[in-house]
Every structure is written in structure tokens, then in C-alpha cells.
Design a protein around this ligand. Structure first.
Ligand code: GDP
Ligand code: MG
Length: 167
């Protein structure tokens, strides 16, 4: 079973870093912003089901508000990433949830990742606010760090479980 997951969120929140850490177990302090829009595959087992996740990353178009629906309209799931040290990036998550529900439909599986949890001392987004919001839209929420490799398996396992259950 092949499942498409898109990474979405404001520029610089760590989407590309999450992709490289999750698939290749690599991290770069100076992640290139000009990578091509592309995807990487990962095989994952959900119970007895063999799933192949295609995880799509943007080429940085989100920085110019130029990310078209062609990128996400056939997605089975979305990992919406914000940076816990940047409250605006969490506001952007709310916009993405609305956009996805409108364009892809209410069935899209959404997991929210509060990235850069290694920088918790600079936290700008309150946990209570995030948990309440995630609950209100029926999404799971995890804290992640692409830098320290925290929470990423949990995010993708949760998404895969939801997507497999739906297919
Ligand atoms: P994107 O624009 O959403 O793809 O973000 P990038 O993956 O390019 O990351 C933006 C910057 O944040 C880069 O300098 C990364 O090294 C850094 N970064 C990404 N994830 C983390 C993290 O979990 N912790 C910390 N401290 N920095 C991170
Ligand atoms: Mg990127």
C-alpha cells in the first residue's frame, strides 16, 4: 500500500530537517533552503500491513506563499509542522488545517508536530493552547526535534496507522 504524506508549515520550522532525519537519520545545522520539491520513500509496518510512505517536502515555496494545491491535493495524510519558539508558525498550522479540509476534504489525516523541542527554554507556544486546538480538530500532536531525533517515529507511525485504517 502506497501512501502519500505531505509536510506542511511555515518556512524554517524544520520540515526538510524532519524528512532527512526520519528517512536518512541525518541532520544539518544549515539545511539548504533550495532543495527541489521532492519526496522520499520509507517502508513501514502497521500491524501486519506493509505500507510504503512517500513523504513529500516543498522546495521552499511556502516562504513566498506560492505553494499550490497540486502539492497536497492527493495526499492521504499531512504532517503539519510548527516551531515551538515561533508563535506565528503555529497560527499558520490553523490556516493549513482549514485549507486541507477545504481542498482535500475532511478525511485527510492530520498530525501536528511541535518541532525544535530541544529549544524548549525559548518556547513561545503554550502547551495548553496547542492541545486544546489539536483536540478541537481531531488531530494528534507530538513534540519533535529533528536535531535530537525526538518524536519523529511517533508522528509517522500515528499518521500511518490512521491512513491504513482508512484505506
Ligand atoms: P523548512 O524551511 O521548514 O524546511 O526548515 P529547515 O529544515 O530548512 O530548517 C530550518 C532551520 O531550523 C535549519 O537551520 C535547521 O538546522 C533548523 N532546525 C530544524 N529542525 C530543528 C530542531 O529540531 N531543532 C533545532 N534546534 N533546529 C532545527
Ligand atoms: Mg525546507
Amino acid at each position: 500500500m502506497r501512501l502519500k504524506v505531505v509536510l506542511l508549515g511555515e518556512g524554517r520550522v524544520g520540515k526538510t530537517s524532519i524528512l532527512f532525519r526520519y528517512i536518512r537519520n541525518e541532520f544539518q545545522e544549515k539545511q539548504q533552503s533550495t532543495l527541489q520539491a521532492s519526496y522520499m520513500d520509507k517502508r513501514i509496518k502497521v500491524g501486519s500491513v506493509d505500507a510504503q510512505l512517500s513523504v513529500w517536502d516543498t522546495a521552499g515555496q511556502e516562504r513566498f506563499h506560492a505553494l499550490g494545491p497540486i502539492y497536497y491535493r492527493d495526499a492521504d495524510g499531512a504532517l503539519l509542522v510548527y516551531d515551538i519558539t515561533n508563535s506565528e508558525s503555529f497560527t499558520k498550522v490553523r490556516k493549513w488545517v482549514k485549507e486541507l479540509r477545504k481542498i482535500v476534504g475532511n478525511d485527510i489525516n492530520i498530525v501536528i508536530a511541535g518541532n525544535k523541542i530541544d529549544l524548549e527554554r525559548n518556547r513561545q507556544v503554550s502547551e495548553a493552547e496547542v492541545l486544546e486546538y489539536a483536540k478541537s480538530v481531531g488531530a494528534s500532536h507530538f513534540y519533535t526535534s529533528a536535531k535530537q531525533n525526538l518524536g519523529l517515529e511517533e508522528c509517522f507511525n500515528e499518521l500511518a496507522t490512521k491512513m491504513v485504517a482508512q484505506n
